[in-house]
Design a protein. Sequence first.
Length: 630
Amino acid sequence: MKAPLKTIIVCIFILNAFLVKADPVLEIQSPNQKISFTIQYKNGNEDGLFYAVKFGNQSVVGLSKLGISCNGDNWNKQLVAESSPVQSHDTTWTPIYGERDRVQDNYNESVISITPEGRKFPVLQLIVRAYDSGIAFRYKFATNENGGPYLHITGESTEFNFQENTKAWFTARAQSLHQLMSLKNWPDESDRPLTLELSNGLFVSLAEAQMTNYSRTKFRLNPDKENSILTSIYGDVDEIAPFSSPWRVIMVAEKAGDLLANNDLIMNLNPPCQIADPSWIKPGQVMRETTLSTSGAKKLVDFAVVHNIKYIHFDAGWYGFENDYTADATTVTVDPRRNPKGDLDLQEAIRYAKSKGIGVFLYVNQRALAAQLDTILPLYEKWGVAGVKFGFVQVGSHRWTTWLHEAVKKCAKYHLMVDIHDEYRPTGFSRTYPNLMTQEGVRGNEEMPDAVNNTVLPFTRFVAGAADYTFCYFYRKELGHPDRHIKNTSAHQLALPVVYYSPLQYMYWYDKPDDFQNEPELAFWDILPTTWNDTKVLNGEIGKYITVARRNRDNWFVGCITNTEARELNVPLDFLESGKRYEATLYFDDPKVKTRTHVGIEKQKVDSKTVLNVKLQASGGQAILIKPIN
């Protein structure tokens, strides 16, 4: 299932125990020696532990403070530290599904034990890993000789100091717009991952990984320093040692697209799959059933069969008004505002869907999940349900973060896949429990964003992992939706599920089977996979454009989108196998095409030496299918 293909653990060098007054105390380099992490004690008149990150000779993070507030101690005075041998790890693992079928986990690591002067037992450890794509570190509280301690964590003093003229892609909430801002006068804390553009031309993403039983981190400006960012955890954390904080991640890239290309780093910082037999986890496309009726469900099932959609989804209202505390998610009690007739025989709909090879997802609001989780999960497995979409989840606090991840574990016990909606953002838990297929936490098609938003997301939100964008296609002004409608071209929409990764891709979110008039370009979505054997980010600039190529078996799918400006791009196909011939089918915006969606379709022969000239309308895009000949 996930056996490593190779494992190498080599001791590189040993640092002697050091008294904190040493300066610097430790340097760790990435395997390719391009990224370095140094740590030292005392910065001028300020006591404590400080670190810096460099890419070659270029500063990434200037000297910045480390620290965690626990049991009244800030870990910044009278400390003695001792480092472990630096070890090199190089393993390769096979995901259950993903953006590529093999993931390399290659890093150098050291553990620094920190003890208040006068004590014998090291209570706090700083674990540091240096990857070719960035730095990760976490705080770990060790068990003392008495078997404790109990931990009351009230915050972190972890800071990130940057050079002047650094700019950040600020977003206050998981579903709000990103804005490019200087490190001044932010209106609020910024969600993570936080992507920054440094004045030396480097790109950085501040993220967190393995955040499963802690308080969510956001980022705020340091009121005492310019060009400085502080971590800000949602609230207090109460645990018992041994206990580790989430990983603090500093991704570094010379090109913006490399942040997306290297996002396996988040998964690598999480434990391997804990599901003994994950064969029941099946990625695929999903379409929402909007009528909440038996006849509507059967009609959608028939549509799904024709269009290669693997699942149908019953959204809010199937068990009553979702925000009513009396709503019972063990019963089929249709909200009359969704269907006044209430004629939904859910068991018959599930039976019919299964007879056609189609699975069923059910939406459940957290109000019902929190009250009925241990009852509904075995019941839904008995009903033959494939998965659950969690709605309006509480996020941020230690309590609800722990509850949410424990709920995903319970879903795995009952062979239920999970999609978490609203403000939840991933930190790599899908590696450990891959039944967590996807999550929202994105400004997707429910908000009807413009093309600028769509060209920012690959370099920001998608660095963290899969996102459920809920793609629409026909919800357009010219098709009868004047006030709230898709703002981008048809070819732009067609390309998005290639650019945006999600093992469960919710397609046609506001669309219905009756909206279709046999648009020929939708043959592209009909055969579009949701998981990949390989992924290449071919080009891109944040907020301007991006081109992504993904391979499933022998076929390549390419998605290219632009912002609200028209542009012309050269896209080399050197990722194709040399010496092979391919046929490329191009789907592009063309106002001369006499269909409602104005998508032109052309075929041409290509090979690894071909450079495609891609012309994009404002807010446009292009989708390309490349298949080997013979």
